[in-house]
Ligand binder design. Structure first.
Ligand SMILES: [Zn+2]
Length: 330
């Protein structure tokens, strides 16, 4: 099923990021693996008038099937245009592409944007493969996100014990030599629900906004910077999970005011995945606990979807600042 992304009603990230940088907000990168998550993401973004990047990881392709995912994304665009009557730009993006082949496979099947993540490789090797992906992608109008520096934490197949901050002295050389359209950097965000090895939320270290400022200065104000691992690990949902038989201990995330601050210094895309996972798990646990007779999946997946919409609309408005960037339907 080879598609060009334009045929699916998708956009690459170029105009999205230009507008975001001009107006000082960030575009959300929300991950999906199933129908309810996807419905929640596009509904929340259409209602709040926010641009959106639908993200698919290698794990999501394995879980939901790569053919199924393309048609789901196409269906989501149709739902936004025909049912919700919204014209927000929608990108379909590969999150953490591990090699050239997976990037090529996504580009050939209709993705409008891919990430090649060579952050774990030696510098020159990262440049070599990123450049190869960029050449293939740009010939087809597809955007490429690359990564320099290493985030700690775990997310699907991506895992690192310790973080290595991005070296501001390398970013210009990297971007010039690879031609990547946006750059994911490491300034203290982290993947997963256990972002920091601390006992109390008060001890969570702040982001290195000083490094971000230096990177922005070097790349210029028009270059889009990306933050991964930017969930706040919302404590109300962690509590709801634990109050209903779960066991998440010392799960802390990045403070929302820090993400908002980062959008002032060139961060044009923010990835939020764990917060959505927590919301879904919290609502399902609560319903299972309070209503033991329920056995219709719609009775717990539906409320989980409603809560996801609420959470994402709040993120778009209060954390990313992108709500209202396009006409909203509410
Ligand atoms: Zn990531």
């Amino acid at each position: 099923m080879p598609f060009k992304y334009e045929e699916l009603g998708l956009s690459n990230t170029k105009a999205m990021f230009e507008k975001a940088l001009n107006e000082g907000y960030a575009v959300p990168g929300y991950n999906f693996n199933n129908m309810e998550q996807l419905q929640a993401i596009v509904t929340a973004c259409a209602q709040s008038g926010s641009p959106v990047i639908l993200q698919v990881s290698k794990g999501a392709r394995a879980y939901a099937n790569s053919t199924m995912l393309i048609y789901m994304a196409h269906g989501a665009v149709k739902m936004v245009r025909e049912e919700l009557k919204s014209e927000i730009p929608i990108a379909l993006h590969l999150d953490h592409g591990g090699d050239f082949e997976i990037c090529k496979s996504c580009i050939d099947s209709g993705f409008s944007s891919v990430m090649y993540d060579g952050s774990h490789l030696p510098y020159e090797e990262n440049i070599k493969i990123t450049k190869q992906v960029v050449e293939y992608a740009h010939a087809r109008g597809v955007s490429v996100e690359a990564e320099l520096g290493v985030l700690a934490g775990i997310e699907d197949d991506v895992h690192a014990e310790e973080s290595t901050y991005t070296d501001p002295d390398k970013v210009v050389d990297f971007v010039n030599r690879t031609g990547c359209d946006s750059l994911a950097i490491s300034i203290g965000t982290s993947h997963g629900a256990y972002k920091f090895k601390v006992d109390r939320i008060e001890d969570v270290p702040p982001l290195r906004i000083d490094i971000l400022k230096e990177i922005q200065q070097k790349l210029g104000r028009k270059y889009p910077i990306v933050l991964h691992g930017s969930s706040s690990v919302l404590q109300e949902y962690v509590k709801m999970i634990n109050d209903n038989g779960g066991n998440l201990e010392k799960a802390f995330g990045v403070r929302e005011d820090q993400i908002r601050e980062a959008t002032k210094y060139g961060v044009a895309k923010v990835n939020i995945d764990s917060d959505g996972r927590l919301v879904v798990t919290a609502i399902i646990r609560k319903i299972f606990n309070e209503k033991p007779k329920v056995f219709d999946p719609r009775k717990y997946l539906g409320p989980a979807r409603d809560e996801l919409i609420k959470m994402m609309k709040r993120k778009n408005k209060e954390v990313l600042g992108c709500a209202g960037a396009y006409p909203s339907i509410e």
